[in-house]
Design a protein around this ligand. Structure first.
Ligand SMILES: Cc1ncc(COP(=O)(O)O)c(C=O)c1O
Length: 382
C-alpha cells in the first residue's frame, strides 16, 4: 500500500508516537490538573512538556499561550469566535478551507461581521496589493492560510502579517498544511491555528491555537479547568481560559513525540525531502499526455501537495482505480475548500490530490507515476 494522503492526516508516524500513547494510557492515564495525586501530576507534566516542545518548534517563549484543541477546525473556531466583535470586517483569501470560510460566513450571517474575499488568480497565486485593496476602516482581522490544501501553494504569511500590523489589523494564520513542514515564527502573528495529526505527526484528535499574549479573547466554551474552582467565572489566565474539560493526555503525549522527532530531524530536512518527492512526481507527471496540473508553477512556492486530473476521466474514478488496482491512497473530489476549487476552476469536476509526507519514498513516487501513465493511456477503456 502507498499512502499519499498526508494533507488529510499523516498515516506513517515515528514509532515513538504510538508508544507514547500506549505508555501514557497504561501508566499515567489520569486526569491532568484535577488532583494532587502522582498520576494526575504526571499527566499534567506530560501536557506541559508537549507545550514546551511546540514552543521550540514555533519559536515561542510562552508555553501558556498555546491552547490545545482537537484539530485545526476547532482551533480556527476558538480563534475566530473569540476575537471578532460586532461590526468587525474580516479579509480572507479565495484559497481558504471551509474551516475558515464557514465560521466566517456564519458570523456574517448572524449580522455580527462583514467580510471580503481576496481573489487569487487561476493558479491560486495571491497578490499582496489585492489584499491591501480589501482593507477597510473597520477591518479587524486578516485571516489567511499558510498553504493551500488543494494545490499546495505556499503564501508569504510574514508579509501578510506586516501588511496587517502596519494598518493596525490583527493577523491570523491557518497553518493546517504547513505546521511541521515549514518554519513558523508564531510570535509574528496574533493567532495561529494548527493540527497535531498532519505535519506534526501526532495522533488524530490533536491540534492547537497560539494566541498572542494580551489579546482579549471571548470564550466559545466554559467549564472545568482544574483552576479557580471557587469561581463562577471562566479564568482569564491562559491556557485555562480556552481549555475547558478533560484533556486527551495520551494523544497529547503522542503529539509531543511527533514534535520531538521533527526537532531531531530538523524542518529543513523535512521540507527538502518533500520538495524532492514533489519535484520528481511533477516532472514525471508533466510527461504524461492528458494530465492537467493545478496550482502555481513556481516550485519553491509549493508544499508536497499536487492536484491533477486526467482529461475526460472522473476524478473519483481515477482515485478508485489507483486504490483498487495499484494500492495507492489519494483523495479525490472537492477537498473541503469550495472557494479554492472555484479559484482553480475545478468546482464542477473536482480533482485528485496527491500529498506526500516525510516517510514516502522515491520508489513510491515512481510507482504512482507508472500507474498514472498506464491509466491515462487506457482512459477511454474505463
Ligand atoms: C488548510 C486547511 N485548513 C483547515 C483544515 C481543517 O483541519 P482539521 O482536519 O485538523 O480540522 C484543513 C484540513 O485538511 C486544511 O487543509
Amino acid at each position: 500500500m502507498i499512502y499519499f494522503d498526508s494533507a488529510a492526516t499523516t498515516f506513517q508516524k515515528p514509532k515513538e508516537v504510538s508508544h507514547a500513547v500506549y505508555h501514557t494510557m497504561n501508566h499515567y492515564g489520569a486526569n491532568a490538573g484535577r488532583g494532587g495525586h502522582r498520576l494526575s501530576v504526571r499527566a499534567g507534566e506530560l501536557i506541559y512538556e508537549t507545550r514546551e516542545e511546540l514552543c521550540k518548534l514555533f519559536d515561542l517563549q510562552e508555553p501558556e499561550q498555546l491552547v490545545f484543541c482537537q484539530n485545526t477546525t476547532q482551533a480556527l473556531n476558538v480563534g475566530i469566535k473569540g476575537i471578532l466583535r460586532e461590526g468587525d470586517h474580516v479579509v480572507i483569501s479565495s484559497m481558504e478551507h471551509n474551516s475558515v470560510l464557514r465560521p466566517i460566513e456564519a458570523a456574517s450571517g448572524n449580522g455580527k461581521i462583514t467580510y471580503s474575499i481576496v481573489r487569487a488568480n487561476e493558479k491560486g497565486e495571491l497578490s499582496l496589493v489585492a489584499l491591501a485593496r480589501e482593507i477597510r476602516p473597520n477591518t479587524r482581522l486578516i485571516l489567511i492560510t499558510h498553504a493551500s490544501n488543494v494545490c499546495g501553494n505556499l503564501y508569504d504569511i510574514e508579509a501578510v502579517a506586516r501588511l496587517a500590523h502596519d494598518h493596525g489589523i490583527l493577523c491570523m494564520i491557518d497553518a493546517a498544511q504547513s505546521a511541521g513542514v515549514v518554519p513558523i515564527r508564531a510570535e509574528k502573528f496574533d493567532l495561529v491555528a494548527f493540527p497535531g495529526h498532519k505535519g506534526l505527526l501526532g495522533p488524530q484528535g490533536t491540534g492547537g491555537l497560539y494566541v498572542r499574549k494580551g489579546l482579549p479573547m471571548a470564550t466559545i466554551m466554559e467549564g472545568g479547568t482544574g483552576s479557580q474552582s471557587e469561581s463562577y467565572h471562566q479564568p482569564t489566565e491562559f491556557p485555562d481560559r480556552l481549555e475547558s474539560g478533560t484533556q486527551n493526555v495520551a494523544a497529547i503525549a503522542g503529539l509531543g513525540e511527533g514534535v520531538r522527532f521533527l526537532l531531531r530531524e530538523g524542518l529543513d530536512a523535512v521540507r527538502q525531502k518533500e520538495a524532492e518527492l514533489t519535484e520528481l512526481f511533477t516532472n514525471e507527471v508533466l510527461n504524461i499526455p492528458n494530465v492537467c496540473l493545478y496550482g502555481t508553477d513556481k516550485r519553491e512556492e509549493k508544499l508536497g501537495v499536487v492536484a491533477l486530473n486526467i482529461e475526460g476521466m472522473d476524478c473519483v474514478e481515477l482515485a478508485s482505480i489507483l486504490d483498487e488496482e495499484y494500492g495507492i491512497c489519494v483523495r479525490a473530489g472537492l477537498h473541503c475548500a469550495v472557494l479554492a476549487h472555484e479559484t482553480l476552476g475545478t468546482k464542477d469536476i473536482g480533482c485528485v490530490r496527491f500529498s506526500f509526507g516525510y516517510f514516502n519514498t522515491k520508489k513510491e513516487i515512481e510507482r504512482a507515476c507508472y500507474a498514472l501513465s498506464n491509466i491515462a493511456s487506457k482512459r477511454s477503456s474505463y
